[in-house]
Design a protein around this ligand. Structure first.
Ligand SMILES: O=C(O)CCC(=O)C(=O)O
Length: 249
């Protein structure tokens, strides 16, 4: 797809997949930089930026937040002309980087991602924001590929409620058969990128395979959005308190 087709698809469906966004060599470099971050940078960053399936077992690493704030290599990647350029194309104007994340579903233990809209967490007006999901390996039905509901970004914000799932504390509460029928599963390979609108409903199954399901995420807002900082800070404080009570961070 050329840039015009990518934008058209994204505007219509609320998501787009670009296969081969990274070359094989670039995937290798991203993988080795991710492994370096895990080994060398994680020990030096605040505990609340790192989530484990089991906090006492570092091999169960599940999520890292704000990687670009702690590491120049990831800061350069997130601000590269390829990544930033794609964000600006799809947002239709200047983009502001908000987060660089690591996602893994570890073999057999990686839990499901509840159906949600990222905009529910963002607390922004208007909902001009997107999330990119850059695959480090194969993602499929068995290990929990991301699923999207096409066109859901045009139907506003759905009801969300608390979930027990670390890293995805909120989920759509009124999921219907219609949603199950509409959703599409996004199989991805190493170097493929998925991008979704902040109102696009998405979810993923748990990992029922002996393979990891690793990805790097980027979140960008349009430069004109307004953040409800007070609501955001209260939400974050409550989340950290809950997680710490549960011994998760
Ligand atoms: O990695 C996943 O399963 C989901 C990630 C996600 O929800 C997101 O990037 O917004």
């Amino acid at each position: 797809m050329n840039p015009t087709e990518i934008k058209k698809f994204y505007d219509e469906k609320g998501y787009v997949a670009i296969n081969g966004f990274l070359s094989k060599d670039q995937v290798e470099e991203l993988t080795s930089q991710t492994d370096r971050f895990i080994k060398e940078v994680i020990p030096a960053i605040p505990a609340e930026e790192v989530y484990y399936e089991n906090k006492l077992d570092q091999s169960t690493l599940k999520q890292i937040q704000h990687m670009h704030d702690f590491d120049p290599w990831f800061n350069n990647l997130a601000n590269s002309k390829e990544v930033m350029g794609l964000a600006e194309l799809l947002l239709g104007g200047k983009a502001v980087l908000k987060n660089t994340q690591y996602f893994n579903k570890i073999p057999y233990q990686g839990k499901e991602t509840p159906a949600h809209q990222d905009g529910y967490y963002f607390m922004i007006m208007p909902q001009v924001a997107l999330t990119m999901w850059l695959s480090l390996g194969d993602a499929d039905a068995e290990n929990g590929a991301v699923c999207y509901i096409p066109g859901s970004h045009k139907k506003g914000m759905r009801e969300h409620g608390k979930t027990a799932l670390l890293g995805f504390s909120q989920g759509v509460t009124d999921w219907s058969d219609e949603d199950s029928e509409a959703e599409v599963q996004m199989k991805a390979g190493a170097g493929d990128i998925l991008v979704h609108h902040s109102l696009t409903i998405h979810r993923a199954n748990s990992n029922n395979s002996n393979r990891d399901r690793r990805a790097i995420g980027f979140i960008f807002y349009g430069s004109d959005v307004v953040i409800d900082e007070k609501a955001h800070a209260e939400y974050k404080k409550k989340l950290d308190t809950d997680l710490s009570k549960q011994g998760k961070i």
